[in-house]
Each structure stands twice: as C-alpha cells, then as structure tokens.
Design a binder for this molecule. Structure first.
Ligand SMILES: Nc1ncnc2c1ncn2[C@@H]1O[C@H](COP(=O)(O)OP(=O)(O)OP(=O)(O)O)[C@@H](O)[C@H]1O
Ligand SMILES: [Mg+2]
Length: 351
C-alpha cells in the first residue's frame, strides 16, 4: 500500500502546493515545543495547479526547488497533502483477529465495496485507531483512499525537486494537527477554520480537536488580484507580491482591497450556512482565518461583527520559537498563508 500516513526521521519539510504558490515550512523540536527554522513562499504560474490538481509538474518542482534554496538548509524529506476533496475517508470496524498482511487484505476487500474506482487506480492507506467501544474484539480502522493520479503527481513534483516525498497526507489532517498551536484554542469547543486561498475557500469544523465537517467553495483572492490587474494594469504576480508585503498604492487599497472584505465575509457566511444546515445545531465558538486572503487588514474584526462568532487570524507560530535567520514581523504577516505547510511539517514529529 502507498504510505498516506508514513513514518518519521530528521530534515523534513512540509510542502503545501497551492494554486497560486508553493509554501515550504521546516520545523525542529525544541524541548516540549517547536521552532520554525525556515520557510519559503514561491509563486506558481496559473497553469501549474488547476482545480486542486497538478497540471504542470515541472513548474511545480521548479518552484519547490527555488523554495529549498530560500530555506537554505539540508532538507531531504517532504510531507505533502492531497486536498480533502480528492479523498474518501471511512471508519471501518474489523475483527482484531486480522493483523499484518491479513488486515491489509481485509481492508482492501471492505474498501472495494464503497470506492467508486477500480482498486488499482486508488492509493489506499489505513490506521488502526483502537478497539471499538463495547466491542473489544473489533478494531476501529481509519481508511483513507485517493485516486492514485492525485498522489503520484504530487509525489513526482516533489521528487523531481531533489526531495524525497515520504508522506502524502490529507490537508484536513494537517489543519487538525495545527490547532493546538493556535492562540486561545479550546479543544472541547466547536472550532471553525476557514482557509481562503487564491482559488478555493475551505471551511473545516472541529469538535474536540477532531474534524467533523469540511466543504470547499470556488472563491478566493484571484477575484481581487484579477480586478486590480484589469483596472490598474499590474501583472497578477506583482499584485500578489504587493498584497503580501503591503506595498500597493493607497488608491488601490481603498478602491478595491478594503471593499473586497465584504465579498469574503459573504462567502464565509455562505459556507457557515451550509454547515449549520448540515444538522449540527450549535454555533461555532471560534473561527480562525487562514490562507493568503485572510491577511487583508481588518478582516477578522469586520467578520466577527457580521457573523457574530469570535474571529481571529490563524497564526501557527504564535507559540513557536523563531529561528535566528527569520524576520519575526515578516513571519507574522505570512503566518496565515503558511498554516497548511506548518501542519504538514508537524507531521514529521508524529510517531
Ligand atoms: N495581505 C494580503 N491581503 C490580501 N490578499 C492577500 C494577502 N496576502 C496574500 N493574498 C492573496 O492570497 C492568495 C494566496 O493565498 P494562498 O497562498 O493561501 O493561496 P493558494 O494556497 O495558493 O491557493 P488555493 O489554496 O486556493 O489553491 C492570493 O490571491 C494573494 O493575492
Ligand atoms: Mg491553499
């Protein structure tokens, strides 16, 4: 079976392959906590990643290679993620009489019954969660299945960049792993994290720190960058860069960036309506904003006012040490964009 869960050694980097850029984060363990040693954000041409799939592998691996140069340290092993929309997860209950290869065979037999593709087109992995309540002779098994193409294209792009792609994770698991690092995170609460990227908005909801809901919408910062490109003639790449560094002209900020916050809030409200109508009664206790578009000035405050849920930007590095080569202010600004890559980097410490 392909290792969607994998195992751990040293010199790891989390690689988030987004539609507008590749993000790399490398962490090290410092006592009980972590330190961010290096990171990079390298933009991608619009043809490289489309609708969550890698369309041009060499453009992606070039960007990863450039990112590795920026990170400047000896990173050998990579953790990447497939989008949760490309993944089927299922909890199975299987007799604990099955172990090793027998268990693998049994998982495949059960998987074949609900996976809508031929098994040889699918990458499968599973984890034994533990005994089922009240049925100690059954084990709960978390099965993850994904089209092999989605795994292979990422793996190949990473491997072509002189890294070894050791773990292919799922993006929701990366976010789940990250939650305990966030400011004021209350594990027992009903916590939302919305990732607003360039092309996709994803709402993840967690209870007791475990994912209970996940849904994607086609919306993101591209609407803003395209509008700026069309009205002011700046290149898309330049607009993205200037948004990140806060170097856009005041006029563009006032005319386009600030008003765009209302569109973001509308889309997040829509995502929340879908969630509330999915049968969960209680209101979110906390909402975190991640992804590049979360970086728009004043967005969390406005969002909180409109949706009535305490809202803040997800900064995974608030309680993480900062390596000597990094600029703390720059890192704080880039933090929400690095959330997924950070959750992937954390994967290297899981045992
Ligand atoms: N400070 C900022 N203010 C407004 N927009 C920003 C800021 N920083 C980045 N962006 C926008 O965020 C988007 C990039 O975010 P991100 O890196 O999370 O997307 P991605 O992961 O590449 O895309 P996706 O997840 O949708 O595939 C771009 O549209 C960029 O212009
Ligand atoms: Mg993204």
């Amino acid at each position: 079976m392909v290792s969607l869960f994998g195992s751990k050694t040293a010199g790891w980097v989390g690689v988030d392959i987004g539609s507008s850029s590749v993000k790399l984060v490398s962490l090290s363990q410092q006592g009980q906590g972590y330190q961010i040693d290096s990171y990079a954000i390298v933009s991608l041409p619009p043809t490289a990643v489309v609708d969550g799939s890698v369309e041009n592998q060499s453009e992606v691996s070039d960007a990863i290679e450039r990112g590795l140069k920026i990170c400047g340290n000896k990173l050998k092993h990579a953790v990447v993620a497939v989008p949760s929309s490309a993944v089927i997860t299922k909890r199975l209950e299987i007799s604990n009489a099955f172990t090793g290869l027998d268990l693998e065979e049994q998982v495949k037999i059960e998987a074949d019954q609900f996976i809508p593709y031929a098994l040889d087109e699918v990458a499968l992995d599973f984890e034994v969660v533990g005994p089922v309540d009240k049925h100690p002779n059954l084990n709960e098994i978390l099965l993850v299945a994904c089209r092999r193409d989605d795994v292979d294209s990422r793996e190949e792009a990473v491997n072509a960049a002189q890294l070894k792609c050791d773990i292919v994770d799922v993006d929701t698991f990366a976010i789940e792993r990250l939650l305990p690092l966030l400011d004021d995170f209350a594990p027992e609460a009903l916590v939302g994290l919305v990732d607003i990227g360039a092309a996709t908005l994803t709402l993840n909801v967690f209870r007791d720190g475990k994912i209970i809901y996940n849904r994607e919408q086609a919306f993101g910062g591209n609407e803003l960058t395209n509008a700026i490109h069309q009205q002011y003639g700046l290149e898309i790449g330049e607009v993205e860069q200037k948004l990140r560094t806060g170097e856009l002209d005041d006029e563009i900020r006032e005319m386009l960036v600030m008003p765009f916050r209302q569109s973001v809030i509308q889309q997040v409200s829509r995502a929340l309506q879908f969630f509330y109508s999915s049968g969960v009664q209680s209101q979110l206790t906390e909402l975190y904003l991640a992804g590049g578009t979360a970086g728009i000035e004043g967005l969390p405050e406005l969002m909180q006012e409109e949706i009535g849920v305490p809202t803040k930007v997800a900064n995974p590095f608030a309680r993480v040490g900062v390596g000597p080569r990094l600029n703390q202010d720059r890192l704080t600004k880039d933090a929400p964009m690095l959330a997924k890559a950070c959750g992937l980097a954390l994967r290297s410490f899981d045992r």
